[in-house]
Write a protein of this length. Structure first.
Length: 108
């Protein structure tokens, strides 16, 4: 009987996992919005800055990208996607920048 109970819990966890993941993605998008990133970026189309999915595709094979881009988000810069500058986003802390970039890089 104990085994059956464990199995039920496991099944419920497996069923709910995608829901939790979707809720996390929503929370991350809302966080990006609250930090003004979505004023210039959209997830799947270019606005002022590149589409976040295009950023994820570009750096998929680059393990150093998280660190580098988290710094760039805070300092600003240009020349990778065009001549338009991303201004420094000093409103985000280093930790917040990492969280935002990790979310961007994980987009599929
Ligand atoms: C005022 C407009 C603007 C805002 C606000 C903005 N960005 Fe950008 N972002 C840009 C532009 C323009 C680029 C392209 C820069 C380049 O070509 O190097 C860019 C590039 C990027 C890149 C890719 C950098 C690279 O070197 O490939 C990431 C990641 C990024 N932005 C994340 C963010 C995050 C996270 C925020 C919110 C904290 C944010 N951006 C806010 C305009 C903006």
């Amino acid at each position: 009987m104990q085994g059956l109970k464990a199995l039920t819990v496991l099944c419920a966890a497996l069923l709910l996992a995608p829901v939790a993941r979707a809720a996390n993605a929503d929370a991350d998008a809302a966080f990006a919005k609250s930090k003004n990133c979505l004023a210039c970026h959209a997830i799947d189309k270019k606005v002022v800055g590149p589409a976040f999915k295009a950023v994820a595709d570009k750096y998929r094979q680059d393990p150093a990208a998280l660190e580098r881009l988290a710094l760039k988000v805070r300092q600003g810069g240009n020349g990778v996607w065009g001549v338009v500058y991303m201004p420094a986003n000093a409103q985000v802390s280093p930790e917040e920048s990492q969280r935002l970039v990790a979310w961007v890089l994980g987009l599929k």
